[in-house]
Design a protein around this ligand. Structure first.
Ligand code: GAR
Length: 199
């Protein structure tokens, strides 16, 4: 029996695609749901085109009531009984109601070399700091934002003429290598962090 993976997205879903496309052959897991909080997320059509069930739990009707949003989120996920939940550009702050329910099953990708630059605008912050290396991190999701145990990191060089956009493009390519590699290990309980250097 394959492990069941749900993937949470808010946008274009390029990381979701890299995860989905990796789960073939002897991979221990298979995607069972792509869920978005955003009805307009481009990734929903990409998932549907790959024959994967999609759901939307729109956060907007729940404005100011995270508990009600997460009740719906948990119920939608419960329907597919995921063993692993991959946050892949899922741009919502989550509370205990969700985090306690899925404890130990959630992983996330973040576009910086954590612990540097949790939160938003990571690439602009790396450039402003004069960093010569940037990258991405996959980590377990815990109550503290972008701070759970690290499962893997991929580094890329920062170029002297980089803008936040050009750096984001380079880091995103690294994300597409790192996240599937970490998921495959996480599925078989290999938690020691992996490190990639992508030139
Ligand atoms: C990715 O760069 C991901 O690391 C970032 O959003 C982008 C989603 O792109 N996530 C975060 O910033 C979470 N804090 P995608 O939809 O093409 O995968």
């Amino acid at each position: 029996m394959s492990l069941r993976v749900a993937i949470l997205i808010s946008g274009g879903g390029s990381n979701m695609v890299s995860l989905v496309d990796s789960m073939t052959g002897d991979h221990p897991a298979r995607p069972v749901l792509v869920l978005s909080n955003n009805t307009d997320a481009g990734g929903l059509a990409k998932a549907a085109a790959r024959g994967i069930k999609t759901s939307v739990v729109d956060h907007r009707p729940y404005k100011g009531d995270r508990k009600a949003f997460e009740t719906e989120l948990n119920a939608t996920l419960d329907e597919v009984a995921p063993d692993i939940i991959c946050h892949a550009g899922f741009m919502r702050i989550l509370t205990e109601q969700y985090l306690d329910h899925w404890q130990g099953k959630m992983i996330n990708i973040h576009p910086s070399l954590l612990p540097k630059y949790p939160g938003l605008n990571t690439h602009a912050r790396a450039l402003q700091a004069g960093d010569t290396m940037a990258g991405c991190t996959v980590h377990e999701v815990t109550a503290e934002l972008d701070a759970g145990p690290m499962l893997g990191q991929a580094q890329v060089p920062v170029m002297t003429d980089d803008t936040p956009e050009t750096l984001a493009t380079r880091v995103l390519k690294a994300e597409h290598q790192l996240y599937p590699a970490v998921l495959r290990r996480f599925a078989v309980h290999e938690y020691a962090p992996i490190h990639m250097n992508i030139v």
